[in-house]
Every structure is written in structure tokens, then in C-alpha cells.
Write a new protein. Structure first.
Length: 285
């Protein structure tokens, strides 16, 4: 089944049901959400998330899966501040519980930033954190997101992701979130040689590890290490390359999630509007 959607909100009384309705309004058949604000740990109780009505609505509209994104405050790579690391491990465990309770198979996580301690130390801490929360019984997978390489981010190369895999005991509970903007900004030639890039990933991790794509154009040239998303067709990657990735024969059933910036509302230019309905149409027609 071909799956494409976007990030959607989860708030108000309808919570997850509202998320599903928003996705359907864009013509999507999958979606991604945060379980709360990505900058903090405040979360509603699971019984307040309106999960069953959401699933009933999703089934009525042909949606059989969705993804959860962990908050940015989770930094498993931090060996400098023990409190930051402990918070990351504890909150990741809670987010995995929430992801499973909501019925999503995947929790997407930024690997983290080593904040000056070095890549090797950061990778060791990420693995330590993942080993603390992942067991054979964990009911969903952690998708490590490919990163652009800004600051001290880890995950800017497939080699760094493979090093994490090598150190995690339950590595079968890991998978990859391939972000097109991030991979481009990290220096990989996905415009000219997407198949070649996938071959590199395949040799290190196995291309079957890609469980979700984030489909974003980039405001920067390849290798800029900036991580600034652009709307589809408005950036350095461009519509033809992104359309080819979305429709690549090897990944047709892998969810593709748009995280592009909101744009001026054509009916009220002083406000912003989601671009996702138009961008989904651009990528699929």
C-alpha cells in the first residue's frame, strides 16, 4: 500500500481523532504526530488521547498506520550533563509506552548531540540509553533519524548510525527514518545519485532498515549542514528528485511524511496555512 502524509497536530478535545481528521483533509493516508509539545515533557494521560475513536475514523478512511515523533528535548548523546541524559532515557521509555498504547509501530528519535564530548562518546551514550529502554518485548521500534550535521549532531552519516546499531543489544528494535533534507544537507548526492546513496546505506545497515521517509526540500546547497526545510520544489533538492524518491519502486509501501514549512494563506496572507494537500498532490500526480 502506497502511504503518504504529513506531520499533523494533536490538541484540543479530539486529540488523536483530530489528528486523523487533519490528515484526511490533506488527502493523506498516513500521518505523524507528537504526543505533546516537542520542546517539553508535559503530556496528557493516555486515556485522554481519544485513541479508539481515532482508529475507528482511520479505518473508515483507509489509514492503517501512523508514526510518532519523540520530542527534541530527548538527547541520549549527552555525556556532559547526567541529568539531561537521565531525563532522555526516562522520557524515551514513557514515549515508547505512549506510542504502543496509541497503536503506532514506530517512534522516531533524533539520535542526539554530543555537546563537545566527541562523536565516539556520543555514540556510546546513545547506545547506553537505548539499551536501557529496549528489550525483546518492546512492542514498537525506535527509528533513528538521519541528521543534517549541524552543531554536534550524531547521525550525519550512515556510518554513525551503523555504529549505534552495533552497540545496541536489541538492534532488531531499531530502524531508520530517512530525512531527505537532512541527508542532502549532510552531503549525500540524493539529487544526482539517489540509488547510489541507498547502496551506501544498504552496505552498512541494509536498505530494509528504512521504515519511514521525511520528505522535505532544503533551503541549502548539498553539504551545508544547516537543516532548513523548504517547501516541495522551492529548494535545492527540487520536485523531480523528491517525486522520484516518493515513487521509488523499492520503497512504495514505506510511509512518506512531509514536514515542510507552512505558507501564507491565500485567503488571508496575514495568516499561515498548511501546504500539505497541494504538496501531496504534486508528489503523487
Amino acid at each position: 500500500m502506497f502511504r503518504i502524509g504529513s506531520h499533523v497536530s494533536m490538541s484540543g478535545k479530539e486529540m488523536m481523532l483530530g489528528s486523523a481528521k487533519e490528515a484526511v483533509s490533506y488527502g493523506a493516508n498516513t500521518f505523524m504526530l507528537y504526543t505533546g509539545a516537542p520542546q517539553n515533557t508535559r503530556r496528557k494521560e493516555i486515556n485522554e488521547l481519544n485513541i479508539q475513536p481515532a482508529w475507528d475514523y482511520m479505518k473508515e478512511h483507509g489509514i492503517d498506520t501512523f508514526l510518532v515523533h519523540a520530542p527534541y528535548i530527548i538527547n541520549l548523546a549527552n555525556s556532559v550533563n547526567p541529568d539531561t541524559f537521565s531525563l532522555a532515557v526516562d522520557f524515551l521509555a514513557l514515549e515508547l509506552e505512549r506510542t504502543a498504547a496509541m497503536g503506532s509501530p514506530i517512534l522516531i528519535v533524533h539520535p542526539g548531540a554530543h555537546v563537545g564530548a566527541g562523536v565516539e562518546q556520543g555514540i556510546e551514550k546513545i547506545a547506553e540509553g537505548l539499551n536501557a529502554v529496549l528489550t525483546r518485548e518492546t512492542p514498537c521500534c525506535v527509528a533513528l533519524e538521519t541528521m543534517a550535521g549541524k552543531g554536534s549532531e550524531i547521525g550525519r552519516s550512515f556510518e554513525e548510525l551503523a555504529a549505534i546499531y552495533d552497540r545496541v543489544h536489541c538492534s532488531d528494535k531499531l530502524c531508520i527514518c530517512f530525512d531527505t533534507c537532512h541527508v542532502h544537507d549532510a552531503g549525500y548526492p540524493i539529487v544526482e545519485e539517489f540509488d547510489g546513496v541507498i547502496d551506501q546505506l544498504d552496505k552498512l545497515l541494509g536498505k530494509q532498515q528504512i521504515a519511514v521517509f521525511h520528505i522535505n526540500d532544503s533551503k541549502n546547497e548539498r553539504g551545508a549542514a544547516k537543516d532548513r526545510h523548504a517547501n516541495i520544489g522551492d529548494g535545492a533538492i527540487g520536485l523531480p528528485a523528491l517525486k522520484a524518491i516518493v515513487n521509488h519502486k523499492d520503497f512504495l509501501d514505506i510511509p512518506k511524511i512531509l514536514e515542510t514549512p507552512w505558507i501564507p494563506d491565500p485567503r488571508n496572507p496575514s495568516k499561515k496555512a498548511a501546504p500539505y494537500q497541494a504538496e501531496i498532490r504534486m508528489l503523487t500526480t
